[in-house]
Design a protein around this ligand. Structure first.
Ligand SMILES: [Cu+2]
Length: 141
């Protein structure tokens, strides 16, 4: 048992030294007054904005037991990153007439080909309001 502790301590020491050595790179920094940027305000839960991408976004938020909008509009021929966020309970949706299924807090890239109105339904058995948890995606030409 004692051996194990000693080994652990040795490991810790080695690791610490290695970490320090890494930080203190013998870099030629002639300006010791170089001001490091202040990092005092970590945004709470704020992930840095994702780099702009070609795909548009369609965000759908689910709660018990509805989607946040009755209709979601998209453009035909465009690819969207379809995100389903659930802020209450576990929900997903499937789409009548489209091969679009999105799970709880998942993002799926989908290209809406044909204009039309498509119904989405929750596809996770989520309780009392499950059967009527529906909305529409309107694909505009
Ligand atoms: Cu449901």
């Amino acid at each position: 048992m004692k051996k194990l502790i000693v080994a652990l301590m040795a490991f810790t020491v080695v690791f610490t030294i290695a970490a320090c050595a890494k930080e203190n790179k013998p870099g030629s920094s002639p300006s010791p007054s170089a001001s490091a940027p202040a990092t005092t305000s970590p945004s709470p839960g704020g992930a840095p904005a994702a780099p702009a991408s070609a795909a548009k976004e369609l965000k759908i938020t689910a709660t018990n037991w509805k989607f946040d909008q009755a209709e979601y509009k998209v453009k035909a021929g465009e690819t969207y990153k379809v995100t389903l966020s659930s802020t209450e309970g576990a929900h997903g949706f499937q789409t009548t007439g489209l091969n679009l299924n999105v799970g709880t807090n998942k993002t799926v890239e989908y290209k809406f080909e044909k204009a039309g109105t498509y119904e989405i339904q929750c596809n996770v058995p989520c309780g009392n309001g499950h059967m009527t948890m529906k909305a529409k995606i309107v694909v505009e030409a």
